[in-house]
Design a binder for this molecule. Structure first.
Ligand SMILES: [Zn+2]
Length: 182
């Protein structure tokens, strides 16, 4: 990935014309941006109605670009995907529509297997695909683990319940992505 853009950076790439934006988003008076957010992702602001009391809609810029590309709005179950996993690469050729469930499945597959040490028994183990994705989610939610198996997870739960041990440190999960070509 290129260096993550900063909020102060200016986007210099392609922007669909206001006429194109209107064909997708109705009576848009003007557009502002796209702007970089703190996370380095681009958003664009659409202004509707009277300029003194503008009604605005903020749209993910890659989403707008992919909608421009296919000539229609995305459905609720659809999402914009960066084929090369680089969310700063908003070239039209790098953007595609994916079903959200399919997207999650592909994202899980794109992860390399990760090695962990079970915080309960100290065994080395490896997680991949959905199990790795779940472990990452659980970590984000502040849950302990991952554990090497259900038994360790269960024993840990019982121990915490019976106050036989303190809450275990969460093992750091580093997610690396592999490039896959479909
Ligand atoms: Zn274990």
């Amino acid at each position: 990935m290129r260096t993550k853009p900063r909020k102060t950076d200016t986007y210099t790439g392609f922007i669909p014309t206001i006429a194109c934006v209107r064909s997708l988003y109705g009576n848009v008076k003007s557009i502002q941006g796209p702007y970089y957010r703190d996370d380095g992702r681009l958003h664009i602001v659409l202004y509707y109605g009277h300029t003194n009391t503008p009604r605005t809609k903020t749209v993910s810029f890659p989403k707008l670009l992919v909608e421009y590309k296919i000539g229609r709005r995305l459905k609720v179950n659809e999402t914009a995907d960066h084929k090369d996993r680089d969310f700063t690469n908003n070239e039209l050729t790098n953007l595609q529509v994916l079903d959200k469930a399919e997207h999650a499945r592909i994202d899980a597959k794109r992860r390399l297997p990760e090695n962990f040490i079970c915080p309960y028994c100290g065994t080395f183990f490896q997680l991949r695909d959905k199990k790795l994705a779940d472990a990452t989610q659980n970590r984000k939610r502040g849950k302990a683990g991952p554990f090497c198996n259900r038994s360790c997870s269960g024993l840990y739960g019982t121990d915490v319940q019976n106050k036989r041990c303190n809450t275990l440190e969460v093992v750091a999960v580093t997610v690396r992505h592999t490039k896959i070509t479909k």
